[in-house]
Design a binder for this molecule. Structure first.
Ligand SMILES: C[S@@+](CC[C@H](N)C(=O)[O-])C[C@H]1O[C@@H](n2cnc3c(N)ncnc32)[C@H](O)[C@@H]1O
Length: 295
């Protein structure tokens, strides 16, 4: 099965079963969030401004939704190489369930990352609710993460955390004491002082301007690319079972990685095709595998 720069216009479940074991280097995905349940919450029924509903979110119950994701995660585990990192966007109300099913599938949960959306949909004050300016991204790995390409923290957000406390130094010395790893410790501290410590926060507006397609949950490339660069290398294959408007694919192309993915909806697959065409027009020297949709 071709896994080099291809999106299959099929359901990832069961199509992913055609992938061979240990064939992908990284996973970056954004599954449906099961926001559809809002229809059953009486007071929210007519508040599409608060909770958006999508056709692709039509699970009948929370159990059905979580079982579906658990099946996909087990497949992801099978096809991931040892040491592969995975990132999965999720809504805050499901994060603890998802942490559990990611571990049931065999992965190790590493950290929940917060994407601070700097242009959130405004709060409606009469509803006495805070605006939702955070989206979550769970980082997990198959065993220990094999790839970690450090980047300056100011590429992720403007808050530059360079403060090293006495407690930090003490815990590092305890950790590295007697292991002949003093050079590693000094490198770590130099990085932290120069570039800040990479933490679990990224700040970026939601998709705006020319990048925006009609896909309502499109993720900005500036939110996808840093994690892809940190956890994979050029030439690697990145899996996304829920391509949407193809942001993972475009992020992979822009950073010289490859991708394989699925998108069940033909209309969204056409959007991806259009983004491939735009990418090839803007990058005439691109000499990687030509990106395609398999219809
Ligand atoms: C949250 S969106 C992904 C958005 C994407 N990250 C982007 O930036 O454009 C989830 C996508 O998964 C697709 N989807 C839902 N169920 C699917 C399935 N079983 N197989 C493949 N795609 C599916 C939906 O059509 C939707 O486009």
């Amino acid at each position: 099965m071709n896994i080099m720069n291809v999106v299959y216009n099929r359901s990832c479940h069961p199509k992913m079963q055609e992938l061979t074991d240990a064939s992908v280097d990284m996973i970056f995905t954004d599954p449906p969030y099961f926001q559809y349940r809002a229809q059953n919450v009486k007071k929210l029924r007519n508040h599409k401004d608060v909770v958006t509903e999508f056709a692709f979110d039509g699970f009948r119950s929370q159990e059905e939704y979580l079982t579906f994701l658990e099946d996909i995660l087990k497949e992801m585990y099978r096809v991931a190489k040892s040491g592969a990192s995975g990132y999965l966007f999720c809504a805050d109300d499901f994060v603890s369930y998802l942490n559990q099913i990611i571990e049931f599938a065999g992965f190790k949960v590493r950290k929940v990352i917060h994407w601070h959306k700097t242009n959130p949909f405004p709060a409606i004050s009469s509803r006495k609710m805070f605006a939702n300016s955070m989206e979550l991204l769970i980082h997990f790995s198959k065993g220990s993460a094999a790839t970690w390409n450090y980047k300056p923290v100011n590429e992720m957000h403007n808050y530059r955390n360079t403060a090293i406390t006495a407690a930090d130094i003490e815990s590092l010395i305890i950790k590295y004491h007697g292991e002949n790893k003093i050079e590693q410790l000094l490198e770590l501290m130099k990085d932290a002082l120069r570039d800040g410590t990479l933490d679990n926060l990224i700040e970026n507006p939601i998709c705006i301007g020319k990048e925006r397609t009609r896909h309502k949950t499109q993720k900005p490339l500036k939110v996808c690319i840093p994690f892809i660069e940190i956890s994979s290398n050029p030439g690697d294959v990145i899996l996304d079972p829920f391509m949407g408007a193809g942001s993972t694919a475009i992020a992979a192309l822009q950073t010289r990685r490859n991708f394989v993915g699925y998108e069940i909806d033909a209309g969204y697959s056409e959007l991806i095709q259009k983004r491939f065409d735009d990418f090839l027009t803007k990058n005439p020297g691109f000499n990687g595998e030509k990106p395609v949709i398999v219809w």
